[in-house]
Design a protein around this ligand. Sequence first.
Ligand code: NAD
Length: 430
Amino acid sequence: MIAKTSAPKKQRKQGMLDNVMRQFDNAADIIGLNPNIRKILEVTNNELVVHFPVRMDDGEVEIFTGYRVQHNNSLGPYKGGLRYHPTVDIDAARALAMWMTWKTSLAGLPYGGAKGGIQLDPTKYSDAELERITRRFTYALGDNIGPELDIPAPDVNTNPQTMAWILDTFMSTKSPSERSTNMHVVTGKPIGAGGSQGRDRATGYGVFLSIKFWAEHKNIDLKDKKFTVQGFGNVGYWAAHFLEQEGAIMTAVQDAYGSIVNEEGISVENLLEYTKANKGSIVGFAKARSIDNSEFFGLDCDICIPAALGNQITEKNASKIKAYLIAEGANGPTDVKAEQILLEKGVEIIPDILCNSGGVIGSYFEWLQNRNGEIWQLEEVMAKLEKKLRESFNKVMETSKKRNVDLRSAAFIIAIERLEEAYVQRGIFP
Ligand code: NAD
């Protein structure tokens, strides 16, 4: 049995790490988490920083820095995405790895949490360079990732193609007899390379389902409801696609290049076609007008979906928000101070670890198929995803009601209690 002493308080920098730690502390305080288990969950298990050389198209060599932080694996192998972005650093990887631990625990999956990536701006590199960077990063990670150890997936600026390069590199470093047993070293692969039907849309579909379940709970019809989306990538697009199918209207979008608005509605599919022909940018879309980025969160709408980066809704813009629901497609988009302001205003927030958990649930299905040599149809994947997400959603709602806490606190409580139980039952080696 684990004894109780008080956990140390640490100095922390502002930012996503501070945010996730405050969220954790809040839930841990509510449930009176065993202080020794708190000590374990407050720190990451392993942190890998790799520097590696890559030959550029012009023949010069550039050195890159890559990260993989493994926060906790008490419930199963580490699981979490790889991000290619200038803001990737050790603290960002730590924060995102912790969110993964809470997310996989809440979803009831046999996984722990990890995250990583490379600090770079992918728009500055050719596809051939990105392939060499990815392959060399995979080689540098070596056996610190693996299908039963740590399973990466796509995140910001990485995609199925990135996962296919990782898989191919990882398999190529194994003996021939072992190669096909490593198919599940990454999820989010293209279908032809061992990916699963539905994994492409899983996160956005989960965001949509969370909104739909919430609306059902409140007796709100989503038809003609206005929504705004920050980030029109994998998560933002698919969430918007399913909301539009339900009759809701997308009125504004912001991406890394700018913000656009049309109160009459922006066609999700037309905007996708436009971005494909416009290097991924929404700027210049003819059937909407450009606005300043600072206006975005203050726009009139019913539902706001942040689906880009962390710390986007802060005390600076929270009071301007007019939406009554924020559905967190991104990880950590709302900081703790902003959340207080929003909750006081009566705005509800479907927290990231629930709202975007469709992605890791979809990844789990891909992993299971690879592991068992199975291939599931799209309808089967989507039905299983819906069932799993509904279970999580209902649990969060029940806990929120029972404990009289907001949805994020409820989600964290469920996640932490599952981890606490695992530690209490297993004890600490030796
Ligand atoms: P993506 O690379 O496909 O898309 C990111 C989008 O965000 C792009 O449209 C980009 O232009 C925009 N963006 C980047 N910087 C921005 C900025 N400063 N302001 C406004 N927009 C900006 O990434 P994604 O996979 O859709 O991931 C988006 C978010 O969802 C991330 O927080 C990620 O961690 C989270 N998430 C992703 C998945 C997944 O399966 N891909 C799963 C769970 C959570």
